[in-house]
Design a binder for this molecule. Structure first.
Ligand SMILES: [Zn+2]
Length: 176
């Protein structure tokens, strides 16, 4: 049993499905002759491209018997779910990239003055902050001497962390 589909777009709409020998044409929404509504064959309720057009609000199903409505709802729901899953999957792929930005930090290596860091600007990938201490070219060989410790300061509800040199000898201070 065919069902009625309304074109919601202002312009003429055409839909064809050559495998089922379907070629339909609607006049723009609000057509005075009522040609913005067409009776369409049942097969269209299974047609993904047609369902997408319904989903996008290009077409609205005006009249359909229970069986067709159920089929449409089922198809539309499953298509929407697949589309959401696809979106989530792509978000999961994009996410690690999002933390790939280079962030400028100051080298935590020692300087000539005790208690003062080298401070040379170093670029660190956002995703490795907290995994690796920021160290300049000159100090990067000290990477294994640094440990992440929490300070007494609270930033954004979390204890602030900083890199502290665990192995620290006065002699080495002068060498570096
Ligand atoms: Zn440095």
């Amino acid at each position: 049993m065919p069902f009625a589909v309304r074109n919601l777009e202002a312009g003429r709409a055409v839909f064809s499905d050559p495998t089922h020998n379907i070629a339909l044409e609607w006049s723009g929404a609000g057509d005075i002759d009522g040609n913005d509504i067409q009776q369409v064959p049942d097969e269209l309720a299974q047609n993904v491209n047609f369902l997408r057009a319904v989903q996008k609000g290009i077409f609205a199903v005006e009249e359909a018997d229970e069986a067709i409505r159920a089929a449409l709802d089922k198809q539309t729901t499953s298509w929407r779910r697949k589309s959401d899953e696809a979106k989530e999957a792509s978000a999961a792929v994009i996410d690690p990239e999002a933390r790939n930005d280079l962030v400028q930090m100051e080298c935590v290596g020692p300087s000539q003055r005790a208690g003062v860091n080298c401070g040379t600007a170093v670029l660190v990938r956002e995703k490795v902050i907290g995994e690796k201490p920021p160290l300049c070219e000159r100090h990067k060989k000290l990477v294994n001497e640094y440990v992440m410790t929490q300070t007494d300061k609270i930033v954004d509800g979390k204890a602030e962390t900083k890199w502290v040199r665990a192995v620290q000898g006065a002699r080495e201070f002068q060498q570096v």
